[in-house]
Design a protein around this ligand. Structure first.
Ligand SMILES: CC(C)(COP(=O)(O)OP(=O)(O)OC[C@H]1O[C@@H](n2cnc3c(N)ncnc32)[C@H](O)[C@@H]1OP(=O)(O)O)[C@@H](O)C(=O)NCCC(=O)NCCS
Length: 179
């Protein structure tokens, strides 16, 4: 999706530095302490599910997805999702998520989890998970734990501890105790 002034396309390795800078500007250093971030620590994002919004070669927004394990299955964690401060409210965030969701539907995953504001993520189909069904290792407000089923209704029935899917960076092997 795009309008006349911006386009959505798959992320490439050349986008990495700009995406990292956008996430740092959008979330600040506090992002490293969040439970969702710790599930990403030492794990690479899912190749093929990262998308960027650009205009004239400039990065306006980015979404990435991480693999996680829930109840013995690999599923997806959405985020970080960020849109440059001066470009918000134009539909870029929704378009980025929709591109990622459409691509994820072609893969093996049953669903996508995230921690965020339900009124926003409901715009692309997320809804609150039943309380107590899935657990993060760290503190998370249950009202912000949302899920989206990619195939049928499976995401609403998943249960268990959410863990890191694997460890790609051996330096992080035991740093979060989530593996
Ligand atoms: C959240 C964020 C990605 C939204 O991007 P965006 O491109 O401005 O969003 P869109 O233009 O696609 O959607 C805008 C719509 O969502 C609504 N919206 C935006 N943030 C919302 C929120 N937190 N709760 C409810 N609604 C929200 C807007 O009011 C607007 O509604 P409308 O279409 O009815 O007018 C952007 O504000 C951002 O980067 N924020 C900082 C980083 C962040 O918090 N990321 C999300 C957590 S991972």
């Amino acid at each position: 999706m795009s309008d006349a002034s911006w386009q959505i396309r798959p992320e490439t390795p050349a986008d990495d530095a700009a995406v990292e800078a956008l996430n740092a500007a959008s979330f600040g250093p506090g992002r490293f302490a969040k439970s969702a971030y710790r599930l990403r620590e030492g794990v690479d994002p899912v190749a093929g599910l990262g998308f960027v919004a650009t205009s004239g070669g400039q990065l306006l927004g980015s979404v990435r997805f991480w693999p996680i394990r829930v109840g013995g299955h690999e599923e997806l964690l959405l985020g970080p999702l960020a849109v440059r401060g001066d470009q918000r409210g134009k539909g870029i965030g929704i378009a980025l998520m929709q591109a990622g969701i459409d691509a994820a539907k072609l893969g093996p995953w049953r669903g996508i989890l995230l921690v965020g504001d339900e009124p926003y993520y409901a715009k692309v189909g997320f809804s609150r998970l039943p309380p107590g069904r899935v657990r993060f290792a760290g503190p998370v407000d249950e009202r912000r734990m949302l899920g989206l089923s990619l195939k049928g209704g499976e995401m609403l029935t998943v249960s268990g501890q959410i863990r890191r899917a694997r460890i790609d960076d051996a330096n992080c092997a035991d740093s979060a105790g989530l593996g």
